[in-house]
Design a protein around this ligand. Sequence first.
Ligand code: FES
Ligand SMILES: [Fe+2]
Length: 324
Amino acid sequence: MRAGRRLPLRARRDAVPWEAQRPTWRAARPELIARAVRRAEARPSGNWYVVGASRDLRDDRPLGRTVAGREVVLWRDAGGRLRGGPGACPHLGAPLRRAPVRAGCLVCPWHGLKLDGGPFAGWEPYPTWDDGTLLWVRLDAVGGEPPLARPPLPERPDPGSALVAVYTGVGRCEPTDVLANRLDPWHGAWLHPYSFVDLTVREPAADGTDTLLVDVSFRVAGRLVVPVTAAFTAPGPRTVVMRIVAGEGVGSVVETHATPLGAGPRTAVVEAVLATSPRRGFAVARALSPLLRPLTRATAARLWRDDLAYAERRHAARGGGGRH
Ligand code: FES
Ligand SMILES: [Fe+2]
């Protein structure tokens, strides 16, 4: 079908109303989800935490965040390399997130102390990593795992040929609640009918990887949908990856990272969408990417409004504390 080859869209026939779709609650067994979460949390992170999007870090000012209760500051040195460390000035504790970057150095706004990224006056840098899409910091004192030289990155499409968007949201919950939400793909067509229809989760593979294969259609407009097969995996204790393995956009990846912020149950969700496609039309889409990015973000924001509400509800339901 020629048109079908050019356009990934399909018109849904026999569309069933939302309330008439097959309930998924029997298949979404709580112990199945809990087990997948527990196994994910046992996988190594090397103490790496996602801090934000690479493109959000400008040359002239730093990015300051609290990660797992630690104030962290990141900036780029004169060579464009990512630098980072504690967010308090070693002199009298000024907030370094407000320090301008001049000639690659962080210049403390209180008394002009300059940090070039190396240890200075008791200020010890943290290992950092810029993977081109996301910024990471390694906090060995909080992670408590054997450190890894680099964050364990899931396989991604070539960023040169992918449309990249990063969404960040914050919820009153812990990373485990975000993981539990992402490892419950059964809620997709019920909770997000504006985005997903005709969702079927295949029986989980018994290969120990906890990969969940999901056949689902993305709703584009009205009856027009894009059917795909997506594989969900949790490669680390704070990361869930959805990869398109069949249908439009094969190889596209959605990486969801949950970063504990500290000071109460607050968790940042940093989600990177790396969309790719062998289609020629996709090159045009990439050329338009500055225009498409806010659109992609708007969709992610809507999904995450509902998903964070789910994660927050789970957090509250389990007593608002502890990890399970
Ligand atoms: S507090 Fe930073 S230089 Fe004094
Ligand atoms: Fe969801």
